[in-house]
Design a protein. Structure first.
Lengths: 373, 259
């Protein structure tokens, strides 16, 4: 069934509207409207008498189409009990401005050159912002150092609890399982040479120097780096940080410093736990799989490590903590305007902090080899 | 009021809402008739927004029934529910525009969900709804964060109108607007109400809006609703209602509306 029918010729036209003219039938109405011939002139009478439940949207589409095909030569009139809102729509249609012209697309080469330029400028601005953030943070830290009452103990404790204590189960579990895997696979290889006992060296050195701290840092970056960014980001969206500024308080001091210091305290402690759980995992597997008794495991462990092995891992923890906390809080502070920004910057915070942690770990590895630590 | 049930667009009977030990609604009854502008008022914490959320089916009542067009909101099957949702429009207190979409895309969101339309038509309909609420055409390309408070309220109204509902729920439509924008919003609402023959239910604290737009008012007192016309309310002897409609601000608003 058709919803409209055009009849007449010359200067006298009649448009019969019929059937369902509600929003639900919009797709069909749209198609038939588009099929109307253009270039009409003279008089056009729209007959609404056979329509059912005419909707605002379809009536609007009709008016726009009539204006497009008729202007300025057609005198449109409506008969047959047109819907009550038609007058309003006619008024709105008459006031309807011309569509703003789409900005002209720049030629391709120009476009790609300008894209590179824009990217470079953005990177420059970003670099400046990062340095600015770092500078503000250092200034505030110096102030806090001379004025320790500015260190909010309750806030600090909360962040140590949230980033440290609550992370203990997952960090322990992962450190334990990974070192079991390393010991198990190592035993397969070393067993071929009858060098089972060196599994102990493998586990202790890899756990203490690298894996304990690196795994912990990556888990914490995922857990707390994202939490920092999201929490501060929502505060930005709610104008809470602006409120703090307006009350003369420094958001960096209130929001960034406790998180930074909390994580600097929590991450080394978590690393110690991860080291212990890793060694426990290695010891357990050695006992069950290689039948190395625990006493032998421990004496071999003592021989395999130098005094610096444990510290070579632990010393990296505060550095990683600073990186994670700074990236997380910085990205949180960058959130503006929308929920999508919040999601994007939280993702960026996690990805960048993990990347920076691994990059820093690589630098530490080179440094330790060079200075024979 | 001996009113046949069928004439009520919204019918609430014996509604009880509890939060832990705190009882917000205690046997609340409410009837909203077709083609009226109904204002819901009440002190802070009397459960105006809870009532709205219950009517919309966003919250399950602890007791009592809510009927929209004679259908129990809680008992509806999914298919009926989608039809029911399309029959009303809602604006939330802070606009609740989706922040990652432009205003035009916000308006088109429900249209896209329920009707298979071409981009061209969707653009035309977005234009229509922008024009209906008095927003300039170029506002459609903006993101909600680029709009002023008054524009956000109008854009939210445009989205609420996009499915051509006969029933509008407005939560604090003029809160946070300057008096000029608020008055303009009142006029817009009255205009749309008369032109599109809408039934409007609004929660408002704005006495000017109340006096200017509402035919009837429901006041939530002690967990129940007292419904009357504005004239009736002015005669009411309940302490809170008397205070509300005879306070210094109410007198000024009343004078403004009648003068």
């Amino acid at each position: 069934m058709t919803v409209l029918e055009l009849e007449g010729e010359g200067d006298d036209w009649r448009l019969h509207l019929g059937g369902d003219w509600s929003l639900a039938a919009m797709a069909q109405i749209e198609t038939e409207l588009r099929a109307l011939p253009g270039g009409l002139h003279g008089r056009l009478v729209c007959d609404w008498s056979r329509t059912e439940a005419p909707g605002i949207g379809p009536a609007w589409a009709l008016l726009i189409r009539l204006a497009d095909i008729g202007t300025p030569h057609v005198d449109v009139r409506h008969t047959g009990d047109p819907p009550h809102f038609l007058e309003l729509l006619q008024k709105l249609e008459a006031e309807r401005g011309v569509a703003p012209a789409a900005p002209e697309a720049a030629p391709r080469l120009e476009h790609s050159v300008s894209a590179v330029g824009r990217w470079a400028v953005l990177q420059g601005a970003e670099g400046r912002a990062v340095i600015g953030f770092f500078g503000r943070l250092v200034t505030v830290l110096r102030e806090v150092f001379f004025r320790p009452q500015a260190l909010r103990p309750s806030s600090l404790a909360r962040h140590i609890y949230e980033t440290g204590i609550t992370a203990i189960p997952i960090v322990s579990l992962i450190a334990f399982l990974i070192s079991v895997i390393v010991a198990y696979l190592g035993a397969q290889q070393l067993g071929r040479f009858g060098a089972d006992i060196f599994v102990v060296d493998l586990v202790t050195i890899s756990v203490l120097r690298e894996m304990g701290v690196l795994l912990t840092a990556i888990i914490v970056a995922g857990r707390s780096g994202s939490a920092f960014a999201a929490e501060i980001g929502v505060m930005q969206l709610n104008e809470e940080t602006d409120a703090l500024r307006a009350m003369g308080m420094n958001p960096v001091e209130l929001l960034v410093v406790p998180r930074l210091l909390g994580l600097v305290i929590a991450l080394p402690l978590l690393t110690v736990i991860a080291d212990a759980m890793g060694l426990a995992g290695g010891g357990l597997l050695s006992l069950l799989n290689l039948h190395i008794p625990l006493t032998q495991f421990i004496s071999r462990l003592r021989e395999s490590i130098s005094p610096t092995t444990f510290w070579a891992g632990l010393i990296k923890a505060p550095v990683f903590a600073v990186l994670i906390a700074m990236v997380g809080t910085y990205r949180g502070m960058q959130v503006r305007e929308s929920a999508r920004e919040l999601g994007r910057l939280t993702t960026v915070a996690v990805v960048q902090s993990i990347f920076l942690v691994i990059l820093a770990d690589a630098l530490f590895a080179v440094l330790f080899v060079q200075i024979d630590f | 009021m001996p009113e046949p049930a069928a004439a009520s667009v919204v019918r609430v009977r014996g509604l009880v809402s509890r939060f832990g030990a705190q009882v917000v609604h205690d046997g609340l009854d409410m009837d909203i008739r077709s083609n009226e502008v109904f204002g819901i008022v009440g002190g802070s914490g009397t459960g105006k927004s809870v009532l709205l959320r219950t009517i919309l089916g966003l919250r399950r009542p602890d007791a009592g029934t809510v009927e929209l067009y004679g259908k129990d909101v809680q008992e509806l099957a999914a298919a009926d529910r989608s039809a029911l949702v399309q029959s009303y429009g809602v604006t939330f207190q802070n606009g609740a525009l989706i922040s990652s979409l432009t205003v035009a895309q916000n308006i088109q969101l429900p249209l896209r969900e329920y009707h298979p339309l071409s981009e061209n038509t969707l653009d035309e309909l977005a234009q229509l709804n922008l024009a209906l609420v008095g927003l300039a055409r170029d506002a459609g390309a903006k993101y909600p964060s680029q709009l002023s408070g008054g524009m956000v309220k109008r854009a939210a109204l445009a989205r609420a109108l996009s499915l051509e509902p006969k029933l509008l729920f407005l939560d604090e439509p003029t809160a946070g607007l300057d008096p000029i924008s608020a008055a303009a919003f009142d006029e817009l609402l009255l205009y749309l109400h008369s032109q599109l023959r809408l039934t409007v239910v609004m929660i408002t604290h704005d006495l000017d809006t109340l006096f200017r737009t509402c035919n009837r008012v429901g006041v939530i007192v002690d967990g129940r609703m007292i419904t009357d016309t504005l004239e009736g309310m002015l005669q009411n002897q309940n302490a809170w209602i008397h205070e509300y409609f005879h306070g210094p601000r109410a007198r000024a608003a009343e004078k403004g509306a009648h003068g």
